[in-house]
Design a protein around this ligand. Structure first.
Ligand code: 4NP
Length: 157
């Protein structure tokens, strides 16, 4: 693929997992000197226009990343034209993304953790009904995936 890669991170609400994944990716690519289009979205519309969950904002800040400016939005069919890669946090997200795929769209859709050697097929657990430690785990997964994506981008040359 010669097209510049671009990444959309998708969860259910776009207030917990995918903003953390977007934040981790933005930080990792900045540190690596890459300027890559990235965004996040939710398959559901519950939290459209809202900032990330305060626990997600706090967790990102503790890891040196500000995601407080992000606002929730819902995945739309046009995202399949705007992004080369759509990365789902869990298997339900993956099914909902595929259900929206326009006919003929060749967008690469996979689980985010498929990018991490040894974690293929794994979901990032929803921390929404959990506590601080669940958000810390989400960050750790998101950061690991961001590093793996940077490695992919380096390998691409
Ligand atoms: P997320 O978490 O999909 O990681 O943003 C959730 C956020 C909100 C809800 C569920 C999960 N909710 O039911 O409102």
């Amino acid at each position: 693929m010669n097209e510049e890669p671009s990444f959309l991170f998708v969860c259910l609400g776009n207030i917990c997992r995918s903003p953390l994944a977007e934040g981790a990716f933005r930080r990792a690519t900045e540190e690596a000197g890459f300027d890559i289009l990235a965004d996040s979205a939710g398959t559901a519309a519950y939290h459209v226009g809202e900032p990330p969950d305060p626990r997600a904002i706090e967790t990102a800040l503790r890891n040196g990343t500000d995601i407080s400016h992000l606002r929730g939005r819902q995945l739309v069919r046009d995202d399949f034209a705007r992004f080369t890669h759509i990365l789902a946090m869990d298997h339900q997200n993956l099914r909902n993304i595929e259900a929206l795929r326009p006919q003929g769209a060749d967008t690469h859709v996979s689980l985010l953790m498929d990018m991490v050697p040894g974690r293929e097929g794994a979901a990032i657990a929803d921390p929404y009904y959990g506590g601080e430690e669940n958000f810390a785990d989400t960050w750790d997964d998101a950061w690991m995936a961001a590093q793996a994506l940077v490695e992919h981008l380096r390998g691409r040359g």
